[in-house]
Ligand binder design. Structure first.
Ligand code: SF4
Length: 261
């Protein structure tokens, strides 16, 4: 009985691993994300998305026909209860090069966050700055982030519903600092697959232990729930929205700047 269950679990793991690897490989190919000689920094928060990304990129690198490096980088914001020891232990056993950057982000938030400002926006800005500077120092020309298809869909809807803009998340774009290229290799991967991957592979998913823990962005949560509800009647909704983002027809939109009359 136990043997049968182990066998099923292994089959499920292999199948999921192959599916995510195939989707990541396709996104990398479609956007020419990784080239010979690249040094790709994998931004590792310790959450399910970034762990999955690291696993998949590490596996793809082993069989890649080109030579490039990956290095996992975690920015330790200094939140007192963060389990840095668990992160470090897993990385030591994992086999990919890694680095943990110790910062004073928590202290800066405590001192400088204005009462009317969003802690996450401030914290993300600080983290991004640190990531770019570590990328410079480690000679990484690319930074891979763990955003997935659901993130892109939610952003697309939020921009339309709350901002009045038709925009999602680009799988490959130049960073604000102009030095690195930002990659989102999991742009085609659905969040449920990532959650299952993290569970099946027993990834050490860590909480950031920050003051905003558990306070989700209400608008994003609403978009997530809406897609989930719609998926009951439209099971292919996420794949269809992915196809839509890859099939923009400016002729049928209303942006003067894109029209050629
Ligand atoms: S959830 Fe916490 S760690 Fe993440 S951006 Fe917000 S404050 Fe920073």
């Amino acid at each position: 009985m136990q043997q049968e269950e182990d066998k099923k679990r292994k089959q499920a793991k292999d199948k999921l691993f192959r599916r995510i690897k195939r989707q990541v490989g396709r996104a990398i190919g479609d956007f020419n994300m990784i080239e010979e000689g690249d040094r790709v920094m994998v931004a590792l928060s310790g959450g399910k998305d970034s762990w999955t990304l690291l696993h998949i990129l590490h596996a793809l690198k082993k069989r890649a026909p080109i030579d490039y490096d990956i290095v996992a980088v975690h920015v330790d914001a200094g939140f007192p209860d963060f389990r840095r020891d668990l992160l470090q232990k897993y990385l030591l056993d994992f086999g990919a090069p890694w680095h943990i950057e110790t910062t004073e982000i928590n202290g800066i938030i405590e001192q400088k966050l204005r009462p009317d400002s969003s802690i996450c926006a401030f914290c993300s800005r600080l983290r991004r700055g640190v990531l770019y500077s570590v990328a410079d120092r480690l000679d990484c020309n690319k930074v891979a982030l763990g955003h997935h298809l659901d993130d892109a869909i939610e952003t697309l809807l939020m921009n339309q519903f709350f901002v009045g803009r038709l925009a999602a998340m680009s799988p490959k774009m130049l960073a604000d600092n102009g030095n690195q290229t930002i990659l989102r290799p999991m742009a085609y991967v659905e969040e449920t697959d990532i959650a299952e991957f993290a569970e099946l592979f027993e990834l050490p998913v860590l909480s950031c232990e920050c003051p905003a823990e558990g306070q989700f962005d209400k608008n994003r949560q609403a978009m997530k729930q809406m897609i989930k509800d719609l998926a009951v009647d439209i099971p292919e909704i996420r794949r269809s929205m992915l196809r839509a983002m890859r099939n923009v027809q400016p002729r049928y939109l209303m942006d003067n700047g894109l029209q050629s009359f």
